[in-house]
Write a protein that binds this ligand. Structure first.
Ligand code: NAD
Length: 479
């Protein structure tokens, strides 16, 4: 192990700590499969301390004047921006993405924090016309203690979306970030703590995921459950929260269709879609993942997509010139191998990639499949990796039916030169996030989230703050 990896700790009641019973788990560098550090795992006692701290932290934080709260969050964003290089290096070591992407993510989440901090200053209530002598108002208040759970694909982005919205709303939070990428979460928490956040307003824990979520969700102190991750786990957590009548925000998986219409430029569409497909090695919930291309453009689109796939430089994310790192863990490589084998057994053709290289690390190359039948697993299961299945269509309504046939509805993409066709796609896609003629990522100002099994609630935009506020109607008979 040559690179320095700061030892992950939990942050409970303003103190960095190990778990009380000393349990830990290994953190691996996915580019080398080497252990880079060990993450502490919380006991029930640790979680109870975090919950008690979050209750105290909530009282202190909600009582802090809004201008001071905003100043603290901006100061944390400044620290994070200053430290983006170091945070990015930690992220690459534990998650694998290229250093440039990792640094970019650290800078971006500083922006997430700034945006939410400023937006919270406009969390207006309203005064409603009422009978003389009666003051009828609507107030918006922080929901309380939040329990949040985040995955490993965006080690900074996922936790910060929840932390920023919760703290900006005046809530406190106990967050269990991924045990596979704990170092980045610790770096974010350190910025907030050093910026002056009251003890207990943010508590960061790690542990056995099922154990931690069961304990936190059932705890009376917790008022809202926020999760980003897979649909099966989201359903489990939503059911557990439902049993306690607690609201949830669920940011789950998808299987984003890309429809390339007959009037689109196939080369531009292929280049833009491929750039998005291979970002973060395809481990993005909004990654374009089913390519439905008009038959007349199929050959040209496929050729340009294969060219873009072959131009990707796969390697250790710390090395210069690398544009795609390894997959974040061994589970994803196995999943890619299974999806490709299944598609090929049903008649698909591998146009490039398709095989794990003979080297250490969880690498799987950019892969393009054509002639993929609709019942191949990769056409119905979220790949969450750098494998792109391409299929042809002749009728746009059929393509939309195929796009909407799955139980997911997170992102969808369309390419067309016609404004009328674009509107047909916008109206037709069942998804919470649409992009036409590009596959751009999320922005702070606008909400992201899904429909159908992709979840509910939104992150980003004013809607992102709404999720962490409760509405109180107050009718005051004066005099
Ligand atoms: P997984 O389903 O086991 O876990 C997904 C995430 O949920 C992980 O961060 C995990 O730590 C957490 N988790 C698992 N069980 C939990 C529990 N009982 N309580 C609380 N948290 C729990 O699978 P995985 O191998 O980590 O990821 C595989 C799939 O998850 C991917 O194929 C993708 O579909 C989905 N995923 C989605 C996102 C997203 O951004 N929506 C992110 C990561 C993974």
């Amino acid at each position: 192990m040559t690179e320095h990896y700061p030892e992950p700790r939990m942050l409970i009641a303003g103190t960095w700590c190990q778990g009380e019973d000393g349990r830990t788990a290994a953190v691996l560098n996915p580019a080398t499969e080497e252990v880079v550090g060990r993450v502490p795992l919380a006991s029930r006692g640790d979680l109870d301390r975090a919950l008690a701290a979050a209750e105290t932290g909530f009282a202190a934080w909600r009582a802090t004047p809004i201008a001071r709260r905003t100043a603290i969050l901006h100061a944390a964003a400044d620290l994070l921006t200053e430290r983006a290089g170091e945070v990015g290096r930690i992220m690459t070591l534990e998650q694998g993405k290229p250093l440039k992407e990792a640094r970019g993510e650290a800078v971006r989440v500083a922006g997430t924090l700034r945006w939410h901090a400023d937006d919270a200053r406009r969390a207006y209530g309203r005064v409603i016309p009422s009978a003389p002598g009666t003051l009828l108002t609507v107030r918006r208040e922080p929901a309380g203690v939040i329990a949040a759970f985040t995955p490993w694909n965006f080690p900074a982005g996922s936790p910060m979306r929840k932390i920023a919205a919760a703290l900006s709303a005046g809530c406190s939070i106990v967050i269990k970030a991924s045990e596979e990428t704990p170092g980045t979460a610790c770096a974010l928490a350190a910025c907030l703590q050093e910026a002056g956040l009251p003890d207990g307003a943010l508590n960061l824990v790690f542990g056995e995921p099922a154990e931690v979520s069961a304990h936190l969700i059932a705890a009376p102190a917790v008022r809202l459950v926020a999760f980003t991750g897979s649909i099966p786990v989201g359903k489990l957590l939503a059911a557990a929260a439902g049993a306690e009548m607690k609201p949830t925000l669920m940011e789950l998986g998808g299987h984003a269709p890309v429809i390339v219409c007959a009037d689109a430029d196939p080369v531009t569409a292929a280049r833009r879609a491929a750039a998005a497909k291979f970002a973060n090695a395809g481990q993005v919930c909004t990654s374009p993942s089913r390519f439905l291309v008009h038959e007349s453009l199929l050959a040209e689109f496929t050729a340009a997509f294969v060219e873009a796939a072959e131009a990707v430089v796969m390697g250790d994310g710390l090395a210069d010139g690398v544009t795609m790192g390894p997959m974040a863990n061994a589970r994803r490589v196995k999943a890619m191998e299974e999806l490709v084998t299944d598609a090929v057994s049903r008649g698909a053709e591998v146009r490039t990639g398709g095989r794990r290289p003979d080297r250490a690390g969880y690498f799987f190359p950019p892969t393009v499949l054509t002639g993929v039948p609709a019942d191949a697993r990769i056409m119905v299961e979220e790949p969450f990796g750098p494998v792109a299945p391409i299929a042809g269509f002749t009728d746009l309504d059929d393509a939309l039916r195929t796009a909407n046939a799955l139980p997911y509805g997170l992102a969808a993409y369309g390419f067309t030169e016609s404004a009328a066709t674009a509107e047909r796609l916008v109206a037709g896609f069942e998804a919470g996030i649409l992009s036409i003629n590009h596959c751009g990522g999320s922005v702070h100002e606008a909400p992201s989230g899904g429909v159908k099994e992709s979840g509910h609630g939104r992150e980003g935009g004013p809607e992102g703050l709404d999720g962490y506020l409760v509405t109180k109607r107050v009718s005051h008979l004066l005099g």
